[in-house]
Design a protein around this ligand. Structure first.
Ligand SMILES: N[C@@H]1[C@@H](O)[C@H](O)[C@@H](COP(=O)(O)O)O[C@@H]1O
Length: 233
């Protein structure tokens, strides 16, 4: 694991952009993308750059179940707003949260991942160490699946909704096994509320209780944190 403690979120986002650009210049074509507040600075960097995304493919980590792509809280809407409306990709995949047929959605997404192996995966991390929506206890080898969100995650994500009652209770997510297949993983974490999860990810034992700890087994991971998220390292 390559841990880079940056001065602040902006510096970390610039560094993430440089690393991503280096991967693209080295032939990366398929980007695994994340939602949440952590990658927003990176998407801003992409939008304000001259990078042409029209030959790239993007595959998002996850989506809430039971909300339409037009819902402003959906990850479809988020990606459109922060990146795709300004930098269209050749193809962009996000799990179809409006389809309640979990077998169909997850099987289809696994086929997409097999057809387009991810070169560089962008990740955030939940306060409880989740990656994508792989909550504590999720087996490390799982592929795309439907999850029930923990009350901690519903509470954490309620900041994007009018109230926690509006947060969906389930999501489709790429599995930990799918994430681990990416050639390079760039994880972004900012703020002191991420300090415990980052310490457990980097220095803790590898355990399903902290899903991100599995990244210790990956040969090419870059973790970009600000001083606050790094304070327990
Ligand atoms: N499914 C997403 C994760 O992919 C993300 O990493 C996490 C952290 O979000 P934030 O970056 O806003 O702290 O939130 C959600 O649960």
């Amino acid at each position: 694991m390559n841990i880079l403690v940056m001065k602040n979120k902006e510096e970390a986002s610039k560094k993430a952009f440089d690393l991503l650009l280096a991967d693209i210049n080295n032939g990366a074509k398929v980007l695994g993308l994340a939602t949440g507040s952590s990658p927003v600075g990176l998407y801003d960097q992409i939008v304000s750059s001259s990078l042409d995304c029209s030959q790239l493919i993007s595959i998002n980590l996850d989506e809430y179940v039971g909300i339409k792509p037009t819902n402003p809280q959906s990850y479809h809407f988020f990606m459109q707003q922060h990146l795709f409306s300004q930098k269209p990709f050749a193809k962009s995949f996000i799990p179809d949260g409006s389809n309640l047929d979990a077998d169909y959605v997850t099987t289809r997404y696994n086929q997409i991942l097999t057809a387009h192996p991810i070169d560089t995966q962008i990740l955030g991390i939940g306060n409880n160490g989740h990656i994508g929506f792989n909550e504590p206890g999720t087996p490390f080898d799982i592929q795309t699946h439907k999850v029930r969100l923990t009350s901690a995650t519903i509470k954490a994500n309620s900041r994007f909704f009018t109230s926690s009652n509006d947060v969906p209770h389930a999501a489709y997510t790429m599995g930990i096994g799918s994430i681990m297949k990416a050639k390079h993983i760039i994880l972004l974490a900012f703020g002191e509320q991420k300090a415990d999860a980052i310490a457990a990810t980097v220095n803790g034992k590898i355990t399903t209780a902290v899903p991100a700890s599995v990244l210790q087994r990956h040969p090419n991971v870059t973790i970009l944190v600000d001083q606050q998220a790094a304070q327990k390292l």
